[in-house]
Ligand binder design. Structure first.
Ligand code: ATP
Ligand code: PLP
Ligand code: MG
Ligand code: NA
Ligand code: MG
Length: 299
């Protein structure tokens, strides 16, 4: 195994600001990966809370497949990793499944890191039909899955109100496919937690842990996409310790968010009143060489 790889990243692009590929490509490059982005949409800005409007273009499944065929014709389909995030339609998601098959026919060891973006904090932001496609077709082929609390609930049908619920849901997801599951954020008993679960062998129970994250009173866009990218990056360096990968990812995130809030305050903004664009470029040292400030606790 090498310490670098080549990632095909199928995610959104925004002209301004950092979500989707804009928050995943640069950090993965800093960690030494070659990254080939396919932009599933190209929007002026992100669509979440913070901007009144957005405009732009959406790629459809046929257009995605066209790009894959172009790569194939030139024998450019050898990837170590596939990374996917927000996907807005069943037809696009079905094509992504074809991409997984195609890439695995070239490299059977392809690692597929899937952020099953469905919604957050009780609100669905994709069409309802996508849930069952993720459940039945996507989860079974993913190597690592990075849902948030709401997404775990939608995928497993379990309510997550305790740490034990989170661990049980991870077990359910393991039995459907992925060896690595990270609940990237869950609000449990008033605390913000990341919960990780690594099923190393078929026979043994998974190694499970949590990381408590100091909650910053602000709303950020792009942090979920950045978290998944960093988990991919550090898991490649530490394939046998999801714990270490998660500590490094969370610690980078916290340093970046602290800088983001401080910079907004210095410019005279109140960070708690609007959604903040992350200070990604300014945080490159925290991405390359994170100081572990958030430690994992084993279950
Ligand atoms: P997805 O994008 O898949 O829906 P998600 O809902 O977990 O995932 P976020 O809510 O952005 O994405 O959380 C991802 C990570 O970002 C968390 O693990 C945490 O490290 C960091 N984070 C996001 N918001 C905050 C916050 N207000 N305070 C502290 N950390 C935060
Ligand atoms: N892609 C687009 C186009 C978005 O507007 C957003 C959030 O607003 C995201 C992706 C995801 O952002 P996050 O990483 O915060 O989940
Ligand atoms: Mg969230
Ligand atoms: Na997530
Ligand atoms: Mg998100």
């Amino acid at each position: 195994p090498s310490d670098t790889g080549r990632v095909l990243s199928i995610q959104s692009h925004t002209v301004q600001g950092y979500v989707g590929n804009k928050s995943a490509v640069f950090p993965l490059q800093l960690l030494g990966f070659d990254v080939d982005p396919i932009n599933s949409v190209q929007f002026s800005n992100h669509t979440g809370t913070g901007y009144p409007t957005f405009r732009g273009q959406v790629l459809d499944g046929k257009q995605l497949w066209d790009l894959i065929e172009g790569l194939e014709e030139n024998q450019l389909l050898h990837y170590t990793h596939l990374l996917t995030g927000y996907i807005g339609s069943v037809s696009f998601l079905d094509t992504v499944l074809q991409v997984v098959d195609k890439l695995r026919s070239v490299n059977p060891d392809l690692v597929y890191v899937c952020d099953p973006v469905l919604g957050d904090e009780g609100k669905l932001y994709v069409p309802q039909e996508l849930i069952s496609v993720y459940q039945q077709k996507v989860v079974p082929v993913a190597s690592m899955l990075t849902p948030n609390q709401f997404e775990v609930e939608l995928l497993t049908g379990l309510r997550i109100t305790s740490e034990q619920d989170g661990l049980t849901a991870c077990n359910t997801l393991h039995s459907a496919g992925p060896r690595k599951v990270v609940i990237t954020s869950a609000l449990i008993g008033g605390k913000l937690l990341l919960i990780g679960s690594h099923k190393k062998t078929q026979e043994q129970p998974p190694e499970q842990f949590k990381i408590e994250i100091p909650k910053i009173p602000a709303y950020f866009a792009g942090t979920g996409d950045l978290t998944t990218a960093l988990l991919l990056g550090w898991s490649n360096k530490y394939p046998d310790s999801l714990e270490t990968a998660a500590e490094l990812a969370v610690s980078s995130l916290q340093a970046l968010l602290k800088r983001t809030v401080e910079d907004y305050k210095r410019a005279g903004f109140d960070p708690s009143t609007s959604s903040l664009e992350i200070r990604l470029i300014q945080s490159q040292d925290d991405i390359r060489n994170p100081v572990v400030t958030c430690k994992a606790v084993k279950f």
